[in-house]
Design a binder for this molecule. Structure first.
Ligand code: URA
Length: 433
């Protein structure tokens, strides 16, 4: 390990053998944290090239379980978002793909900090199970076309340990390490093609367009080097994607889009991602046709019907789509308004995410419990005109303390000015095939 650390410290290139030794030692515990941390810091300063990043990704992928989805018919397409606020696209995109014959076998995570996780959201549906046996998971994908389960503890075991070390040694922000961390988990999840949604802005992991583009390019490259069809969307997360932020609220937001209503930006991104997945899954001849098919599945109700089938297959009550009172309900709700008229020029997504977290919807630490009913509903989005005192948002919480903390956090989230803001694109670019 001393030689490996020295090599990287001095700007050298790690060999396959070095990387295999490092990952094996992380998993079996023979490399102490101080040496692993020293190597991570050396990588942070000296960087990894794409070949090293590929080798690290591959070794980390093999460090835990690798899902075998060969029992599922068709081209399996996975979607991964780098995390955002009010992003419930999986619950829209999954049914739209399944309705068009593209199987989606998805492993998702839980939320942490100001970003939500699909598993927490789905668990707000009464009865919904996110832990299934591998057989049940594959059977549901084969019969319904869509299943979503919690990511196994044993996927990319080395990443789990390394991510925890990076978190406490200020070595998260390195493009090679981020790429290998995300892609090792995606590649271990076993799908044939991967569509990535790399977000930029206040509510995203990558704060600038340039950083998001760089990450997208790296991930697409490593995906291709690993033999998987990979594409990446670069999308705006400067304001929350949907109007609803919080677990139950985001499921309702997704159902609304599947009904042809709901938030415009959530609908637009969902149609884009689903359209690309339908194309990557071989059911459309190009991206445009894929988008038209996704749109049609919203209009003819086949996406909503798939969502209900999926919910029922995983033990949930499908009637929630027709009766939102079946969801857990918050004890209190309060409207937020400001004594100022004008155009909403920005809504800080991170602050809205933090407000939802303070209302009870998110976790500060992994062990924290969450309140499925808590969160925020935005009544105004960027570009809307607001009269003085008109409601901007409604906050849902259980306790007075949660309500007042969320309200304070929300106060600073809206920017209102006299002049209307310029329109910005939601989908900046698509990188890859
Ligand atoms: N998300 C991950 O899973 N890994 C990283 O390194 C950064 C974000």
């Amino acid at each position: 390990m001393i030689n490996i650390i020295r090599k990287k410290r001095d700007g050298g290139k790690l060999s396959r053998q070095d990387i295999e030794r490092f990952v094996a030692g992380i998993v079996d515990g023979t490399i102490p944290d101080y040496q692993a941390s020293a190597l991570l810091m050396a990588i942070y300063f000296s960087g990894l090239d794409k070949e090293e990043a590929f080798l690290l990704t591959d070794a980390m992928k093999r460090s835990g379980d690798v899902a075998d989805l060969s029992a599922i018919n068709g081209i399996k397409v996975d979607k991964h978002s780098t995390g955002g606020v009010g992003d419930s696209t999986t619950m829209v995109v999954g049914p739209l793909c399944a309705a068009n014959g593209v199987p989606v076998a998805k492993m998702s995570g839980r939320g942490l900090g100001f970003t939500g996780g699909t598993i927490d959201k789905l668990e707000s549906i009464p009865g919904f199970k996110t832990t299934l046996s591998s057989e049940e998971f594959k059977n549901i994908v084969n019969t319904v076309g869509l299943s979503v389960i919690g990511q196994s503890e044993h996927i990319a075991a080395a990443d789990k340990k390394l991510y925890a070390l990076r978190d406490v040694t200020a070595t998260i922000e390195n493009i090679g390490l981020i790429t290998s961390s995300i892609m090792s988990k995606k590649l271990a999840s076993g799908s044939d093609a991967i569509v990535l949604d790399v977000k930029f802005g206040s509510g995203a992991f990558m704060k600038t367009k340039e950083d998001a583009r760089e990450l997208a390019e790296w991930m697409v490259e490593i995906g291709k080097m690993s033999g998987k069809k990979t594409a990446a969307f670069i999308t705006d997360m400067t304001e929350p994607l949907g109007n609803n932020v919080g677990n139950t609220l985001e499921v309702i937001g997704a159902i609304e889009v599947l009904k042809g209503k709901g938030a415009e930006r959530l609908r637009e991104l969902s149609i884009n991602l689903a359209g690309y997945m339908i194309f990557a899954g071989g059911k459309a001849s190009d991206f445009e046709e894929g988008k038209a098919m996704a749109k049609k599945s919203i209009e003819d109700g086949s996406g909503l019907a798939k969502f209900r089938e999926f919910v029922a297959a995983q033990g949930g009550n499908p009637e929630v789509t027709e009766d939102y009172s079946l969801f857990p309900q918050a004890k209190q709700n309060r409207e937020l308004s400001i004594k100022k008229a004008g155009y909403v020029t920005s809504i800080n997504a991170e602050e809205v995410g933090r407000a939802a977290q303070l209302a009870g919807a998110g976790r500060a630490k992994k062990e924290d419990s969450i309140d499925p009913a808590a969160g925020i509903v935005l009544h105004k989005k960027v570009g809307d005109y607001v009269e003085s005192g008109e409601p901007l948002a409604t906050i849902y919480a259980d306790t007075d303390l949660q309500m007042s903390q969320a309200l304070i956090a929300m106060m600073g989230a809206f920017n209102i000015e006299e002049a209307a803001p310029e329109e910005t694109a939601l989908v900046l670019d698509v990188i890859g095939e």
